[in-house]
Design a protein around this ligand. Structure first.
Ligand SMILES: Nc1ncnc2c1ncn2[C@@H]1O[C@H](COP(=O)(O)OP(=O)(O)OP(=O)(O)O)[C@@H](O)[C@H]1O
Ligand SMILES: [Mg+2]
Length: 299
């Protein structure tokens, strides 16, 4: 059952596979519903690694569920249930592979933009700032250090590239893709979700340095928060008690795996290298730790 065997791929004969993402397999349930299954696949530098991270899919599903419930008063979301027993028959026939990692959701038309919110100066934002004094076109005060808190959270959308890297876009470019009205709505929702999550996470000793949301339009016209929410795959989480501006932080995401890979002579083109068992185990531990810290419960 849960955690015993890592799951890298889900195949059914009775449900239609719509897509295999880098991490999740998405099945059609009917016209209105999808089944999203978080596998234990891990990607780094946009490559899926050959080594799965045991229990990772469970953490992504349980943590997304936690946040959908916690933030549901701000934005309606796509989640219906993560309990396999409550899902349609075709799904309930496969409890072993699905338990803990499947989410039955409302199907939407996805807005093809990633709604990134940054509260701290890190990653590509820090690189951008060092070169230009700006982050994605937002001018910032001079003299900021790596990992500094930004004067206010920034909305820095990017494209959802079908292949390769997502590209940062301006709000004007976003308006061309999703329209002016949706741009304002998605931006305001993303910023509000981030602020509320950040305040809560602080009380749990976690800094949410940045995160990415996705939204979709339901058939009834509602805009829903979709995909995963505020997980280590979509966010940078830092332990607050070790936080110190002026350097990179130890994060709960896959930075650990990236650092290991950076130490190899790998050219970052597929196929990616196999991870040693201890790197995979340490990564599982980090995902579980993030869940425990944020929710206060062991998974
Ligand atoms: N409620 C929903 N309705 C329709 N599509 C959804 C919904 N929730 C999530 N999705 C889509 O399901 C996919 C989940 O797969 P995953 O995140 O693993 O893909 P990915 O490799 O990251 O690719 P992408 O760049 O498209 O996110 C995403 O394409 C996401 O946009
Ligand atoms: Mg994704």
């Amino acid at each position: 059952m849960s955690g015993a065997q890592p799951i890298t791929e889900i195949s059914f004969t009775d449900l239609k596979l719509l897509r295999r993402g880098k991490v999740r397999d998405v099945f059609k349930v009917d016209e209105q519903h999808l089944l999203i299954v978080a596998t234990d696949r891990i990607s780094a530098f946009d490559c899926i690694l050959p080594t799965p991270i045991p229990r990772k899919g469970e953490v992504l599903t349980a943590l997304s569920r936690f946040w959908f419930e916690r933030l549901g008063h701000i934005t309606p979301h796509h989640m219906i249930t993560t309990e396999v027993e409550r899902m349609p028959d075709a799904i309930r026939r496969h409890p072993a592979e699905l338990r803990g990692r499947a989410m039955l959701v409302r199907r939407t038309e996805v807005f093809p933009v990633e709604c990134v919110v940054r509260g701290y100066l890190s990653g590509s934002g820090w690189k951008d700032y060092k070169q230009s004094g700006e982050v994605c076109g937002h001018r910032l005060p001079a003299g900021m250090r790596e990992s500094d808190k930004l004067p206010a959270p920034l909305f820095t959308p990017s494209t959802k590239a079908a292949h390769g890297h997502d590209e940062n876009i301006s709000e004007a470019q976003m308006r061309e893709i999703v329209g002016a009205e949706a741009t304002v709505k998605l931006r305001d929702m993303a910023l509000t979700l981030y602020r509320e999550a950040e305040i809560y996470a602080r009380t749990r000793g976690v800094i949410i340095a940045d995160t990415k949301f996705e939204f979709g339009r339901h058939q009834n016209g509602d805009i829903l928060l979709i995909d995963e929410a505020l997980t280590p795959d979509s966010s940078r989480f830092w332990p607050a008690d070790q936080y110190e501006a002026g350097r990179a932080q130890q994060s709960f995401d896959k930075q650990f795996v990236r650092d290991y890979l950076e130490g190899l002579a790998w050219d970052k083109q597929p196929p990616a290298p196999i991870l040693p068992d201890e790197v995979a185990a340490a990564t599982t531990a980090r995902y579980l730790q993030a869940y425990l810290l944020l929710t206060g419960n062991e998974l």
